[in-house]
Design a protein around this ligand. Structure first.
Ligand code: SAH
Length: 505
């Protein structure tokens, strides 16, 4: 039992990003994870696939598996020499029975470590925009169980002190007992018009906030059918929410958006949408891979000094081109005699990342924009290198040849179908639970159609808002029978994000 240890890890209040680094480290090391109802299941993805996952659900105070049984399980697994993570919602030592579990481990002589977590009160306060203390309102805060004292004659809670001071009071587990607890506060001297907020499923996309006063919050909660789990915050600080709410006032809050870009590229767009409050499901429909043969590109790269222009029309093209250049033992100096054209600002940035400043970026960020710019130049006899994706449109080589240029278009990368779609995204498509799906190139939509079948795609996207980055992608959507609801005037991710925001607000 050399490795044997039990980590009591606070999972945080709900948002899976609110676990600590130490918590993630423990999960990565786990042989067994015993997790709670309130711990976000996504966190289990941090554990190795081989780790045993045991649900020790406790729902709304009803103990599915009683506490002693859980402690016994932790001891038994540790005695087998395993690294055990006990993953608990919020913080293990705040109304989490972490104390009892540690006592049992101590009795059994099992080593343990406690990793704190963001407790629900702290998470709820932050995401509802309610500072628990504030110089103008109160200098104290109390965390109180809302379940206590139903059948106890003598309450362990000092209701007088809790009610008479001006301090903020936060109740855990206090939805079903809300009316009784609010009445108690009034009986013990707290003003009936003290503001109250209920925060349900705090820090998650399902977060709901209901506000009122000590006198009317129970009626309001009843009328709204408000259910656990929720945190109840009582105190003048609740009024600050009007000014400070940031989470549920973001323009895309509560919207589920499917992003279909290639996995390598989805992150940037996903972040843009997520910072506006959207829940983003990444659904890569493209895999970028090397060309079947490098031969043509290699010949062109070796002959770079003979070209007048190098044109690249995507960040990926820049990436594959330069990687190949480097693989051939060359660097940016190979481009010394060549003018550079990038299709748009992102592609231009990618060039700059390799130390090369483009000479030309058209104002219309697409192939037609490039053709338009080049039509103003004298291209007779010019040699142009245009390394491209295998499925690129022919417009650039065709038009530039018509202008008298010699154009070489070796394949720099291929765009192929991924093996499968991620289960979460597929589930959202099947359930039609997404609000919006985004397509950022023709391939994204064509590949999705190829993977699902055209009919199924149309069926799954009924009622889902379709956002396309520009006219070429929109045309591909329409060819498949899809209706395009959102298309920005300029073809950038920023503009697409803004257009989605405008559509939903
Ligand atoms: N150890 C946990 C608390 C467990 S007690 C922690 O530190 O947060 C369970 C109670 O926590 C619930 O009844 C509810 O009052 C509160 N709670 C936990 N997660 C919550 C969430 N995401 N939103 C609102 N309340 C939550």
């Amino acid at each position: 039992m050399n490795n044997a240890i039990v980590y009591l890890v606070g999972a945080g209040p709900g948002d899976p990003a609110l676990i600590t680094l130490r918590g993630v480290e423990c999960l990565q090391r786990a042989d067994v994870v015993v997790y709670d109802y309130l711990a976000n299941e996504q966190l289990l993805n941090h554990a190795p696939e081989s780790a045993e996952r045991i649900y020790a659900g406790k729902i709304g105070g009803r103990h599915n598996q009683d506490q002693e049984e859980i402690s016994r399980l932790l001891i038994e697994k540790a005695q087998q020499g395993k690294v055990v993570v006990r993953l608990k919602g919020g913080d293990p030592f705040v109304f989490g029975r972490g104390g009892e579990e540690c006592e049992a481990l101590h009795e059994a002589g099992i080593p343990f470590e406690v990793v704190p977590g963001v407790t629900a009160a702290i998470g709820a306060a932050a995401y509802a925009g309610i500072p628990l203390t504030h110089r103008d309102f109160t200098a104290s805060v109390a965390f109180v169980t809302g379940q206590e004292g139903k059948d106890k004659d003598e309450s362990a809670i000092d209701w007088d002190r809790l009610s008479l001071g001006g301090g903020t009071v936060v109740f855990y587990m206090g939805v079903t007992t809300l009316r009784r607890n609010m009445q108690r506060m009034i009986q013990h001297g707290r003003s009936a018009d003290t503001p109250v907020a209920l925060v349900r499923w705090a820090t998650t996309v399902c977060q709901q906030v209901l506000t009122g006063t000590i006198a009317d919050i129970a009626d309001r909660a009843e009328a709204a059918g408000f259910k656990p789990p929720a945190i109840t915050i009582v105190g003048e600080v609740v009024t600050l929410r009007e000014k400070l709410r940031w989470y549920d006032s973001r323009p895309l809050c509560g919207r589920k958006i499917i992003v279909t870009r290639a996995a390598e590229q989805a992150g940037e767009f996903a972040t843009k949408l997520a910072t506006r409050g959207a829940t983003v499901l990444e659904c890569p429909t493209i895999r970028l891979v090397e060309p079947e043969s490098w031969q043509l590109l290699d010949i062109a790269i070796r002959e770079l000094p003979g070209y007048d222009w190098l044109i690249l029309t995507s960040v990926n093209a820049v990436r594959f081109f330069f990687n190949r250049l480097v693989a051939l033992g060359l660097d940016a100096r190979a481009l010394a005699g060549c003018k550079i054209c990038a299709v748009g600002p992102k592609t231009a940035d990618a060039f700059r990342g390799f130390g090369v400043r483009p000479d030309l970026v058209p104002s219309d960020y697409k192939a037609e924009g490039i053709v338009d710019e080049f039509s103003r130049l004298d291209l007779k006899g010019a040699k142009i290198l245009f390394p491209k994706a295998d499925k690129a449109r022919e417009i650039i080589p065709c038009e530039l040849k018509r202008m008298g240029a010699h154009v070489d278009g070796p394949v720099a990368y291929r765009n192929i179908l991924p093996d499968r779609l991620p289960p979460e995204a597929l589930f959202a498509l099947e359930k039609r639970s997404a609000d919006c799906i985004t397509f950022t190139s023709s391939s994204t939509v064509q590949n999705l159609a190829a993977m699902l079948g055209e009919e199924l795609l149309l069926d799954m996207l009924k009622g889902v808002t379709v956002a396309s980055i520009g006219p070429i992608t929109s045309k591909s959507c329409r060819e498949l029978g899809l209706r395009v609801d959102i298309e920005p005037e300029i073809y950038t991710l920023d503009a697409l994000t803004a257009a989605i925001e405008a559509h939903f607000s």
